[in-house]
Design a binder for this molecule. Structure first.
Ligand SMILES: *Cc1c(COP(=O)(O)O)cnc(C)c1O
Length: 396
């Protein structure tokens, strides 16, 4: 998965363009830039690749989610439904706009369970935020139908599944807004960076202003621009955007390599009857960033994870015990530990999450996810396939 595995002359050239003219910021300084607008170019390329009208690049995936929520006017006391399996950024972004993250069960897609979403809706719900974890996606048609029925925003967190598709559409482009992360370990990296895609002119127009202190970006004099509403600084630097331009050009190659490696490993594990695979919605195509498997029980999943490590198979994860990705270890969220005082609405709203999520636990406790890397040679992938098979068979 990490795009940094493929760093080369292409990334260096794009960064060198920026260093040669010295303009590290995306706005202003036109006479000095030599025609280089890296952030803008990355936005144009991202919108084109994702078949959307608009793209906005920002400083991180977390900023992308924050800006997207703000553009959809989600704020004080509003509830946003998010899955129990994601990255902490999901609830950080929701809290940062003053809204309340409401945790919701996942199913065998390892993403939001549409039935559980329907049950989690309250009069305060404003948005549903599916997170396409580990290279595959939520059942977006079902979630869109629910969103439309209840007049909610559908905001896709596609940070871990860039390049995957659903119903022929790139992940992130199916809902009202979609977000990507370009942090250092993602499939396309800028070092640090993120992106928002949308077909809504209203949201796109808000995004460029909100992410840059509310500047309206009209005219050539930054100091004289007006501010239709308050914003913050979620800008990406030209240096980071430059890396992203070279990386995004490699996305289709990355997807091809991942699919090849994934398929070899999956075919090998398919021969073990006790191993089953994560469900991919009918019209979905994975990004193949991870191979996600289920063992028959929690005990066997723990043993399989351990055996994989002992057999020298690196980069396999047992998310059920993970600090960053699963709700069981988010005590800072569940106990509302914040430096500054939370609003009353957030404090009472968060109490909704103090419950167990048995359906999520039933799936996650049986899940082992293995990262798909890009630089494996053919013999390394084949060797990995036999080691994985051997490791899992050893505990059955
Ligand atoms: C990486 C990630 C983010 C946050 O991205 P950053 O760029 O690290 O802020 C958000 N959601 C998911 C699912 C992620 O994997």
């Amino acid at each position: 998965m990490p795009g940094f595995e493929l760093f080369g002359a292409e990334e260096r050239k794009e960064v060198q363009d920026v260093l040669d003219n010295g303009v590290l910021m995306r706005y202003g300084f036109d006479p000095m830039r030599n025609g280089h607008h890296k952030a803008l170019e990355l936005e144009q390329n991202l919108a084109k690749r994702m078949n959307t009208q608009y793209a906005q690049v920002v400083s991180s995936g977390t900023s992308a989610l924050t800006v997207a929520l703000a553009c959809a006017e989600i704020g004080a006391g509003d509830e946003v439904i998010m899955p129990t399996f994601t990255f902490v950024a999901s609830f950080e972004a929701i809290l940062s706009v003053g809204a309340v993250p409401v945790l919701c069960d996942i199913d065998d897609t390892l993403t939001l369970d549409p039935e559980a979403v329907e049950k989690a809706i309250s009069p305060k719900t404003k948005a549903i935020m599916p997170v396409h974890m580990c290279g595959s996606m939520a059942d977006l048609a079902a979630l869109k139908a629910i969103a439309q029925k209840h007049n909610l925003i559908l905001l896709e967190d596609a940070c871990q599944a860039i390049g995957g598709t659903y119903d022929g559409k790139p992940l992130g482009s199916y809902g009202d807004l979609g977000c990507f992360s370009f942090d250092f370990v993602k499939m396309v990296t800028c070092g640090e960076g993120g992106g928002i895609i949308t077909n809504s002119e209203k949201f796109a127009d808000r995004a460029h202003m909100y992410h840059d202190h509310g500047h309206d970006h009209v005219g050539n004099d930054r100091g004289a621009e007006s501010h239709p509403f308050l914003g913050y600084n979620f800008r990406i630097s030209e240096l980071n955007a430059a890396v992203g331009i070279a990386q995004l050009r490699k996305l289709d190659h990355i997807l091809e390599v991942q699919e090849k490696h994934y398929t070899i490993l999956r075919n090998a594990l398919s021969e073990i009857p006790e191993v089953t695979f994560r469900k991919v919605p009918e019209t979905g195509v994975e990004s193949y960033a991870f191979l996600n498997i289920f063992l028959p029980t929690e005990d066997l999943a723990r043993k399989a994870h351990k055996a994989l490590g002992n057999h020298g198979v690196d980069a396999c994860f047992y998310w059920f015990d993970n600090n960053w990705h699963y709700y069981r270890k988010w005590e800072h969220l569940l106990e509302a530990k914040s430096l500054s005082k939370f609003s009353e609405e957030i404090r009472t709203g968060l109490q909704k999450n103090n419950r167990t999520f048995e359906a999520s636990d039933a799936w996650m406790s049986r899940t082992v996810s293995c990262l798909i890397k890009l630089n494996w040679s053919e013999s390394e992938v084949n060797e990995r396939a036999s080691k994985m098979t051997e490791a899992i068979k050893s505990i059955l």
